[in-house]
Design a protein around this ligand. Structure first.
Ligand code: GRG
Length: 300
């Protein structure tokens, strides 16, 4: 993967090229898996496409911090594994009970609940193997920081905690503060880990990590607001997942609390704040700025 040259930056080209690096690394990452049914189930969800926004954020942050993004590829793969396992578990009948994901039947619809749960477990544990045992050329100290960051965002202080509060709120009136809590944990936490771990691989200092944390808070919430908006305004074919689900389940969402226009305004304002946090890095921040805009302009 080449370093970004800001004077001739072409975001479309960058996305296509970086996505290809990620897809190849994901494919390679599961090659020795056994037993066969587990391997199939893991590959089914991990290689089902998806925007790959999280690994791309990780690689872009490594570049921003002056590192060679190639060294962050195993961490980027690990993050996509954690994201994918969370989708597999989220789709289970005992959770969100969905049958469409990334344009195809959900994992448990194809492999059954037990294998889907175990494939998720295996992806989660493989993620930590990717960082700790399959990240050549990165110092043990930096890898330990990455492992620590990922443990925090995956567990109770992050995704799991957010999911529990989300489940507990089902069928209840939810205020904006609780909604924000859910999204900062379910969605924002992993996005924060993407940018922080990419920068950690490059040895970023506290000042940069703090700026990236601010950036991630903005894009994390904006990402979820756009997700809520698309659930209302788009369709299942474009989204690759069941549209209109929030309305059907009577879930509290940003459009429900604030209306569509105000939700969109809020997302734009959050992205503006996110971009301001990394402005001090000038042209070096060009990728992360373009990715922030991509999050609000996306249609899926
Ligand atoms: C991580 C240990 C551990 C457990 C998982 C089930 C669960 C606990 C958490 C749920 C997390 C969840 C599903 C959050 C929603 C995040 C979200 C907005 C997903 C959609 O992301 P996109 O649009 O999807 O990036 P693609 O398919 O493009 O990757």
């Amino acid at each position: 993967m080449n370093k970004v040259n800001s004077s001739e930056f072409d975001f479309e080209k960058y996305l296509i090229e970086t996505k290809k690096v990620v897809e190849d690394a994901l494919d390679f990452s599961l090659s020795p898996e056994k037993p066969e049914i587990l391997r199939e189930s893991m590959r089914y969800s991990l290689l089902a496409g998806g925007k790959r926004i999280r690994p791309i954020l990780c690689l872009a942050s490594c570049s921003l911090a002056g590192g060679d993004p190639n060294f962050a590829v195993p961490t980027a793969v690990a993050i996509e594994m954690i994201h994918t396992m969370s989708l597999i578990h989220d789709d289970l009948p005992s959770m969100d009970n969905d049958d469409l994901r990334r344009g195809r039947p959900t994992n448990h619809k194809v492999y059954g609940d037990a294998i889907a749960i175990l494939a998720g477990d295996a992806l989660l544990t493989r993620a930590f193997e990717m960082v700790s045992l399959r990240s050549p050329g990165v110092s043990p100290e930096r890898l330990l920081n990455v492992v620590g960051e990922l443990s925090l965002v995956a567990g109770a202080p992050g995704l799991v905690g957010g999911q529990v509060v989300d489940l507990e709120c089902e069928g209840k009136e939810v205020d904006l503060e609780t909604l924000e809590y859910i999204h900062l944990h379910k969605t924002g936490a992993l996005l924060k880990a993407c940018v922080r771990t990419g920068a950690m691989i490059a040895g970023a200092d506290t000042k940069m990590l703090e700026a990236l944390t601010k950036y991630a808070r903005g894009i994390g919430l904006a990402f979820q607001i756009i997700d809520d908006i698309l659930d209302v305004t788009s369709n299942s074919e474009i989204l690759g997942k069941t549209a209109g689900k929030d309305l059907l389940a009577d879930k509290t969402t940003y459009p429900k609390l604030l209306g569509l226009e105000e939700s969109k305004r809020r997302a734009l304002s959050l992205v503006k704040n996110a971009k301001e946090a990394i402005m001090p890095w000038g042209e070096d921040a060009i990728c992360l700025i373009a990715l922030a805009d991509f999050i609000t302009n996306r249609d899926r």
